[in-house]
Design a protein around this ligand. Structure first.
Ligand code: ATP
Length: 368
């Protein structure tokens, strides 16, 4: 069992509030990802859980026990950092085996057990041919995998990982993501994983906490944060390309409320009406993901006219950038192009209105 709770945690460095009233509840056995841009407080949050920093306010609990001011060694966590420090005079094998040797007696392990575990993890991370080398004889990516192996070889209550795959090439990174996730699921060790890479977060996490400026903006499954972002920050940080956001006005037309956008307008959807009225919202961002927009050469009812700005091929898909006037570019992601489209071509966009999100222009918060 290892649940982790952060309650009202604040960490300041001088005037910088690195972690600003963070509440998190991480479940036993969960693969939990902290995601956000550089400087948003992910690493500091992880270091607070590890015991490498102490908070200025709030509490940290592991399995209900208050560990806020406990030493790292008394928390039963294993950590991997972006800046891994390997013991330069030891072989790769000994680097990985080191903590197991230290705790051999208390863990009841024989030398053979240790050897078996080291080789098992080394195979998984594809470094089994490097076990006799010294760290100085390894590439950056190989060193990073040795650092990861050193944490994975242990079976603590909690794994804490800070961008552990950042130095690997794209292909190896994809492979390691899958191996790491599989191992975590097999062993059910509660894992907190820091990354700024939204694709990595989406592919590995059971749940993601999206952070910005020291705060947690949203916690949810990958599907929830993708399909139901609570804030424009989440809508644009997650997804490639990100959600389209168009500034629109809310106008009263007789008894009705209408959304008036550059080039098109539409009645406010029923589910958004009461919240827009009660908050007195007059300006919104209309949000739609690129895959919920179709592009056609033919005008149909309710379609939005525009001109192709540029087409970006992604392999199996295309991103068509369409200029709908007033300097607004809408990105549509389409599976195939029936006809070739070139910049300047006149086209019509059709939005899937069931997938449209509405955000308060002032606060960025989702209204529907
Ligand atoms: P990155 O992805 O770039 O590693 P991050 O989201 O992990 O960023 P943190 O490293 O947690 O962000 O930093 C959060 C804020 O706290 C930043 O403004 C950073 O400059 C500041 N900070 C972090 N550690 C210290 C420190 N030891 N002293 C002073 N300021 C710090």
């Amino acid at each position: 069992m290892a649940e982790i709770r952060l309650e009202g945690v604040v960490k300041r460095f001088g005037k910088v509030v690195a972690v600003d009233h963070v509440d998190l509840s991480i479940k036993d056995g969960e693969f939990f990802v902290l995601l956000g841009p550089s400087g948003c407080g992910k690493t500091t949050t992880l270091r607070l859980i590890a015991g490498l920093e102490y908070p200025d306010e709030g509490r940290i609990l592991i399995d209900g026990e208050d560990v806020t001011f406990k030493d790292p060694k008394d928390r039963n966590v294993a950590m991997v950092f972006q800046n891994y420090a390997l013991y330069p005079h030891m072989s790769v094998f000994d680097n990985i085996a080191f903590t197991l040797h230290l705790r051999r007696k208390e863990m009841g392990l024989t030398k053979d057990d240790i050897r078996r575990r080291v080789i098992e993890v080394a195979k998984l991370l594809r470094i089994e041919d490097l076990l006799d080398r010294k760290p100085g004889q390894l590439s950056g990516g190989q060193q990073q995998r040795v650092a990861l192996a050193r944490a994975l070889v242990r079976r603590p209550k909690v794994w804490l990982m800070d961008e552990p795959l950042s130095n690997l090439d794209a292909l190896l990174r994809l492979a390691m993501r899958a191996e790491l996730k599989k191992l975590q699921k097999d062993l059910k060790i509660t894992t907190v994983y820091v990354t700024h890479d939204q694709a990595e977060a989406m592919s590995m996490a059971d749940r993601i906490a999206v952070m910005n400026k020291g705060r947690v903006v949203q916690v949810g499954t990958p599907e929830e944060v993708y399909m139901r972002p609570k804030h424009t920050f989440v809508a644009t940080f997650i997804g490639a390309p990100p959600m389209n956001l168009v500034e629109c006005d809310v106008e009263s037309v007789g008894e009705d409320l209408w959304i008036s956008c550059p080039g098109f307008s539409r009645r406010v959807p029923e589910e958004a009406r009461s919240v827009i009225e009660s908050k007195g919202v007059r300006k919104i961002y209309l949000g739609i993901r690129p895959e919920f927009i179709s592009v056609s050469r033919r005008e149909t009812e309710g379609s939005i006219a525009g001109k192709v700005y540029v087409v970006e091929p992604l392999g199996s898909e295309y991103v068509v950038n369409v200029d709908i006037g007033d300097g607004i570019i809408i990105k549509a992601k389409v599976l195939g192009l029936r006809e070739k489209m070139t910049p300047g071509d006149k086209v019509y966009l059709k939005l899937d209105w069931s997938k449209v999100k509405i955000f308060d222009y002032r606060t960025g918060e989702a209204l529907a």
